[in-house]
Write a protein that binds this ligand. Structure first.
Ligand code: MG
Length: 390
């Protein structure tokens, strides 16, 4: 594995008061840690993300990112430095070539910043940190009185992600007793490693004080979701020996459909429409029809899987619309039940779920009552800045 991101999330976050530590607080409805991990995964050069946590926060961790398929969390220590050291030691058995160490409380990290750091590492640097110039004047205070001017020439603010050759930073952490070190670049420096710099980003703020959360909410409010529309289509032939299931509702007394699963043509079309919104292939690529475990499977399994993929990508399902092409039976009496079932599966209110049915006026395979077809359209709002579908 070439590059791994190590997220430091073991702090108590005491300076930002709240019911839970800041890395687990909600930002625009999403835990800070989840957003941070999602943003890191936008950088395709990062093969995996691991998180160092306070083991007492395991429940909060699972709630925030338990569904993202990360490796198990790593138990941190009493200080940030100790947490990073334990994180590096946990990776040492199967060491990556490079590691990006990143603060959980910086949820605006961008793929371009990660790539900038990594390019410098690949060019031969062993330690790379993003920095920003200081534009305000600096003064040293004693209590609330200014005591002296601090020249700002050559003074920079240091951010994360900080990138390192893995063996170099592990060795530095093992060997160096730099008690004053506040980050890993300071550990590297104390170990006589040359630390290179790349330009940081002003939006890559660290959430520390209550006003930082307010600023973060303002940044997010200025970002508009990117809406994506997906289309799905499916057909199944009639099989009078099976029950008819459409949009999760069993319709008594009607001839059913042939298929490996329950042959719910409506949910199959809808599953494909949802997968299409994030470019995640089709139902057959996720659930190969030859596999025995999907025999007679209820199709809500497929829809729930597509829903979870969209959610994991940071997407929000806004609206779905299913049209069933069917000569018989009449579907109007079952329409509300179908809308309700889809709404329950996707967590959508009634007005966001449309189910329509039409005959085919006696024309074609539908008109000859040889099968039933369905079309579906799904609209999903994705967060600005990309998704993390892999
Ligand atoms: Mg199908």
């Amino acid at each position: 594995m070439s590059t791994l991101a190590l997220v430091v999330a073991a702090g108590a976050g005491r300076r930002a008061p709240g019911a839970r530590p800041k890395q687990y607080r909600l930002l625009a409805g999403e835990p800070v840690l989840r957003r941070t991990v999602r943003r890191l995964r936008l950088c395709t050069a990062i093969a995996a993300v691991r998180v160092v946590i306070d083991p007492r926060h395991r429940d909060l961790y699972e709630e925030a990112v338990g569904d993202l398929g990360l490796g198990p969390p790593i138990a941190g220590g009493a200080s940030r430095r100790e947490s990073v050291r334990r994180g590096l030691e946990a990776l040492a058995g199967e060491p990556p070539a490079r590691v990006l160490v990143h603060d959980a409380a910086r949820p605006f990290v961008s793929p371009s910043l990660c790539e900038r750091v990594l390019r410098r590492l690949e060019a031969g640097a062993e330690a790379v940190v993003p920095v920003l110039p200081v534009t305000d004047s600096l003064r040293r205070l004693v209590e609330d009185r200014i005591r002296e001017e601090v020249p700002r020439e050559g003074v920079y603010r240091v951010q994360t992600p900080q990138g390192f050759a893995f063996a170099t930073i592990l060795e530095a952490h093992r060997r160096t007793a730099a008690a004053s070190a506040t980050d890993d670049s300071a550990i590297a420096l104390a170990a006589d490693v040359e630390v290179h710099t790349v330009p940081g980003e002003e939006d890559n703020i660290k959430l520390t004080l209550p006003e930082d959360f307010a600023r973060a909410e303002r940044i997010l409010a200025g970002e508009r979701p990117r809406f994506r529309t997906g289309f799905g289509y499916d057909v199944h032939a009639l099989d009078p020996g099976r029950p008819l299931v459409l949009c999760g509702v069993t319709i008594p007394g009607a001839p059913g459909l042939a298929g490996h699963s329950d042959a719910d043509v409506g949910l199959h079309a809808l599953t494909d429409a949802l997968l299409a919104t994030i470019g995640a292939g089709d139902i057959g690529s996720h659930f190969p029809p030859g596999e025995a475990r999907w025999r007679n499977a209820p199709s809500h399994i497929f829809l729930e899987h597509a829903r979870d993929l969209v959610t994991t990508a940071g997407g929000r399902i806004e609206h779905v619309d299913v049209t069933i092409l069917c000569e018989q039976p009449r579907l109007a009496p079952h329409r509300e039940a179908m809308r309700g079932r889809i709404g329950a599966l996707l967590g959508l209110p009634p007005e966001a779920v449309s189910v329509k049915a039409t005959t085919s006026e006696g024309l074609g395979f539908v008109g000859r009552r040889e099968g039933i077809a369905a079309c579906a359209v799904a609209t999903v709002g994705l967060p600005p800045g990309g998704t993390d579908v892999r």
